[in-house]
Design a protein around this ligand. Structure first.
Ligand code: ZN
Length: 246
């Protein structure tokens, strides 16, 4: 795997312990061009960076060393971890994003991503459920890498988790509203997966539901919990329990 070493000054000067690396966060750059993205991620003024950037052709740039804390996650939460910069590796995929013309990720780009992830999983013993999107860990602020990111495909390479799909059966469930007790069950499941659900903050639940849908049920991202969402969340939990490396 060829890695092009670039440099970004946007990281904590203090080294971190290898065993503090637990999570991989996937982003898109959300800018007009690759050049612009690399400039921004390497400019002191913007105070943002990531460990890796992968361009549309699969070329890999390293901006920050793994043992340094890069500034990519911001205010965020996943499982027992808060403000994830210190516990994560950030990977940016070049894509214009929702603001400038969101397009599918390229095959070569994904192949490079898979290679990096496999390496990191091995090196730091990262669990499958701890490979997440920026929107999963900061659902109130972020929607990247977005609904075009192929989580299902990556799960076939043991990167991230997925559910057993029975779309024919599930489709009609998109119209079925569920009762309050099942809504509670849904949020409990999300919590088990890793999502952080604040108590008594109903106004933000919609955004968390959307983050879940953007990741696991891209056909309908509406912020409403229906039967299909509930079934998917139950299935994910089963998968997490079943396999040790989850
Ligand atoms: Zn991001």
């Amino acid at each position: 795997m060829k890695i092009n070493n670039y440099f970004s000054p946007n990281f904590n000067k203090k080294k971190r312990l290898v065993n503090s690396i637990k999570i991989i966060v996937i982003h898109y750059t959300g800018m007009q061009s690759e050049r612009e993205s690399l400039l921004r991620l390497r400019n002191k003024r913007f105070k943002v960076s990531s460990h890796f950037v992968i361009n549309r052709n699969g070329k890999i740039y390293r901006l920050v060393q793994d043992n340094k804390i890069a500034w990519h996650a911001g205010k965020s939460c996943w499982g027992k971890y808060k403000n994830l910069n210190k516990n994560s590796i950030g990977i940016e995929l070049v894509n214009k994003g929702h603001r400038f013309g969101y397009t599918s990720f390229k095959r070569k780009q994904l192949l490079s991503l898979i290679k990096i992830c496999k390496n990191l999983i091995k090196k730091y013993k990262i669990k499958r459920k701890d490979i997440v999107g920026h929107s999963d860990i900061a659902p109130l602020r972020k929607i990247d890498p977005g609904e075009k990111f192929p989580w299902k495909k990556l799960a076939t390479k043991k990167i991230g988790i997925w559910h057993q799909h029975k779309s024919g059966f599930l489709k009609k469930n998109r119209k079925i509203n569920i009762k309050n007790k099942d809504k509670l069950k849904f949020f409990k499941n999300l919590k088990k997966i890793g999502y952080c659900i604040p108590v008594n903050k109903k106004s933000i639940y919609v955004k968390i539901i959307k983050a879940f849908q953007r990741h696991y049920r891209i056909k309908l991202v509406n912020g409403i919990i229906d039967k299909e969402c509930l079934l998917i969340s139950e299935n994910l939990i089963k998968n997490v329990k079943k396999t040790l490396d989850f």
